[in-house]
Ligand binder design. Sequence first.
Ligand code: SF4
Length: 326
Amino acid sequence: MEQFDFDLERIFKIIKDKKCKNIGLQFPEGLKRQAIDIAGQIEAGTGVSVIISGNPCFGACDIDTVLAGAVDILFHFGHSKMGRYDNVIFIEMRSKVDVLPAVKTALPLLKTKKIGLVTTVQHIHKLDEVSNFLRNNGKEPVIGKGDLRVVYPGQVLGCNFTAARIDCEEYLYVGSGFFHPLGVAIATGKRVIAADPYLNLAQEVSPEKFLRRRSGYIAKAMDAKVFGIIVSTKSGQNRMTLAKRLLEIAHKHGITAQIIMMDIVTPEQLLGFKIDAYVNTACPRITIDDSERFHVPVLTPAEFEITLGERKWETLEMDEILEGTE
Ligand code: SF4
């Protein structure tokens, strides 16, 4: 298991400076195994009483506001700051993994000179090192600044690729997983090489298979008589204005549609409704990551517009939550 730095010294100092009596801890799913140990260390180090959030947590958009309301400070681990909260402190986690071996593997795959660099917050402190390496190897690295939903230049989220909208010829993504590099490829229409520092692997991301699957869902949704438009109750994912606009489009086309508000969007939660297809305005990753587990098609807002003939397939874009739209 990868070792992360939980920044306990900083947490101890904040607790002491603010004279906290009780605090909350919120961990993303991947770090929950360490929650009991971290809580114990904080209790022993400061004498404060600790409550751990047991709710699922997948991003900085997903603050446990009930717990935050019950404690002096809620420490939210693993994500960079998003939104405005009086008593929530974001403890970003930096990976200690060396990214250069994977970047070296990626170098021969980069065909052009001007390379856009993107990564997730876990590796953001390595971007300068990667830039220097590329520059020393005849490349011209470019790092873009995203909107206010992201904190650091070059940082992308599963719902925000604004830092990738830069003048470059192709991209190098540093990090694990397929979602972020795929998102960059679809959001920009340019070539993306993904360098995975955990596997020391580098490969070109190819969106074709993904797009074929999405066109299959659109084709299925064309037969739908009733649509559900999912809106999240999570503050950082709530896109009610968008949902209402989609509802209007549905009505314009004589389609029955209802807005459904929910906290956690899972295939099981949707099973009870007699609905032929959904449009998801909550976290965009749900639409993609869980697509095969849903019993009916779940579309992105842009795919819904294509289904109803309001948009052409060629203009399909990655679903993003941009600054000010949540
Ligand atoms: S909306 Fe989804 S992708 Fe965006 S920050 Fe939240 S969990 Fe991550």
